[in-house]
Write a protein of this length. Structure first.
Length: 420
């Protein structure tokens, strides 16, 4: 089974997010030094629970899980999660909600909840993280550690009499649907097993990158000391300020994030400027010279990451940032467009925009996106940048940790009377 660390189904990407600056290769390379198994789309602990259980129940002691069985398991548990008011993270939720009022649940290939459920459902998206963590093998059969964890979920004496009928029935209704609903409730309330699964995912398993355990320990402290809603960028700053192990690396990642955000802001603005002359564009960009600590901006080196193309792109980004730090908007914009053109050509395409006779020609146009205002840059830069961070897989990491109930556990340890 191949490992996929980015979104498998291109149709699931938000419209327009085709990464014209090739930023994903850059930020994911840095992010993999912090989080080695989760991806941008594996941010829901419930999905890990049902992916692990589905693979366990869709196999036997002698063979790997069968896709057709797993497909039905994902369909029925997805429907039930939505019916129970627990739709967060359910893959295929839109199609499920269109049918949620019926008294039965259709199953099988004709009842698919996604256009390509095998690729864009839990079988495709969540298996890689479970494999890297050491809970399943390449053929998706469970390892000894995975079986122990699955059995921990099922240790409540769960009634699985409906399981054999699930593999062949055209639909599930009546007593079987009630039994499956009870099963889903049990799995969602298996707090100890959920925490153990989250712990294994977040510490990364035996093949975790060097710093993932430190990131996990620091994330617990971060969630304890930070207001709800704080995200990946705030966590990077926490790591920079509080970790003697990973603080220096986190500081470099924050600087990289600043550079990538700046590049995206400028390029997104350019895509809405078809036919506009250079002088007007550079006049519109003058407010960016108020970027916090602009003259000190640099793109750091990442010798830990062994990817030649990543370092090539970092080099071009570094030249762009140096020109911007010097206040040369024309040179910085030219370097950014040159970088984009090289990324586009490498993919077998053409540049989305370029200078032609002193005006910007945009061949892949989008709505103009406004540049940050003076208040964004001078008074609320932290909040503004936090909404545009590249995440570095830390967004999924923090989401899974929060869903494990760790915040309540921490609160109980510090103030038992405050937690019911």
């Amino acid at each position: 089974m191949p490992y996929f660390f980015t979104l498998l189904d291109e149709s699931l990407r938000p419209r327009g997010s085709r990464d014209p600056l090739g930023a994903e290769l850059i930020w994911s390379g840095a992010g993999r030094e912090l989080v080695g198994n989760l991806t941008t789309v594996t941010a829901h602990l419930d999905n890990f629970v049902f992916a692990l259980l589905g693979l366990h129940l869709a196999s036997d002691d002698r063979s790997a899980p069968e896709w057709r069985h797993f497909q039905r398991f994902e369909q029925v548990t997805g429907h039930v999660r939505v019916r129970l008011g627990k739709p967060d993270g359910v893959l295929g939720r839109r199609r499920i909600q269109e049918r949620v009022s019926t008294d039965s649940i259709d199953l099988g290939p004709r009842a698919k909840i996604l256009e390509n459920q095998r690729q864009a459902g839990m079988w495709g998206l969540y298996s890689s993280a479970l494999t890297v963590t050491g809970l399943i093998k390449e053929d998706r059969s469970l390892t000894a550690a995975g079986r122990r964890l699955a059995e921990q979920f099922l240790a409540k004496g769960t009634d699985l009499a409906w399981l054999s009928r699930l593999w062949t029935a055209q639909s599930i209704a009546g007593n079987d649907l009630e039994a499956i609903t009870h099963f889903v409730r049990q799995m969602l309330s298996s707090h100890k097993a959920r925490r153990e699964l989250a712990n294994q995912l977040l510490t990364g398993g035996e093949k975790a990158p060097l710093w993932q355990k430190e990131v996990y320990d620091q994330a617990r402290q971060f969630l304890q000391s930070t207001p709800a809603g704080a995200g990946a960028r705030q966590f990077l700053i926490h790591l920079k300020n509080h970790s003697s192990v990973v603080g220096e690396f986190a500081s470099r990642v924050e600087k990289l994030d600043n550079a990538l955000i700046l590049a995206d802001v400028i390029f997104s603005m350019l895509l809405g400027k078809h036919g506009v002359g250079e002088e007007k564009i550079f006049q519109a960009m003058e407010g960016l010279l108020d970027w916090p600590q602009r003259t000190e901006m640099r793109v750091p080196h990442f010798p830990e990451v062994h990817n030649k193309e990543l370092h090539t792109r970092l080099g071009r980004l570094r030249e762009f940032v140096m020109a911007f730090a010097a206040g040369d908007l024309a040179k910085a914009t030219g370097l950014l467009l040159n970088h984009h053109e090289k990324v586009a050509i490498q993919r077998g395409g053409v540049a989305w925009c370029f200078w032609e006779n002193g005006k910007l020609k945009v061949v892949t146009s989008e709505h103009a996106k406004p540049l940050p205002g003076k208040q964004d840059l001078e008074q609320r830069f932290g909040d503004w940048a936090a909404k545009r961070t590249n995440g570095f897989f830390l967004t999924s990491f923090l989401a899974v940790l929060a869903q494990s109930g760790i915040t309540k556990q921490i609160a109980a340890q510090t103030n038992p009377e405050a937690v019911t």
